[in-house]
Design a protein around this ligand. Sequence first.
Ligand code: SF4
Length: 230
Amino acid sequence: MTPLDQLAALEREITDCRKCPRLVQYLENVARIKRRAYRDWTYWGRPVPAFGDPGARLVIIGLAPAAHGANRTGRMFTGDRSGDFLYKQLYRAGFANQPDSKRAGDGLVLKDVLISASIRCAPPDNKPLPEEICNCLPYLERELMLIRPRAILALGGIALHTYLDLLKGQGFIASRAAFPFGHGASFQLPGDLPRMFAAYHPSQQNTQTGRLTPAMFASVLRKIRKFLDG
Ligand code: SF4
């Protein structure tokens, strides 16, 4: 099996996963009850696979699918305000062919970037439990082994910690302490590990309060582009 076939098989495996009963029950409930504005939708209501270019040099790690966003559309960051912000920025930075992401099959193609997450099921209140992140970590690990990116962008502290915990488990780092989260932070990791970048998560909580502006996010993407093309 080629790495591409292996990645496709892994993503199919993820969508069938039911390791976290609390999350499975929650996302199925959300899919059944729906939000009034989306009552005509058939919600995805399952774990959401990674989305993007399988040959990507950049992997973006988000937190989790949104209950009425990716859990509805079945595609990472698709159908919610965070995604509206993120894809517009990726388009401007040349990582996407269009600025909008409304539904799967809308023609959006990512270039040189793949979007994954700390966990693949929408958690209540966007708050996964530590054991749920732990359950899901092997999927991220396997994805990264197949894609072998040159750079990783963690969106928010939880995504950064998830990736650092993975490296700790693999014996590459002793602790997270040397890699504190900060918007625009970047770290050289040991050996030939990808370069690590961090940014605030483009949640409404951050973008509507001005904690994260388009200019701030664009600046991180420019840094990454310079690194990849340098
Ligand atoms: S969060 Fe991950 S490990 Fe848990 S059920 Fe969803 S896909 Fe499976």
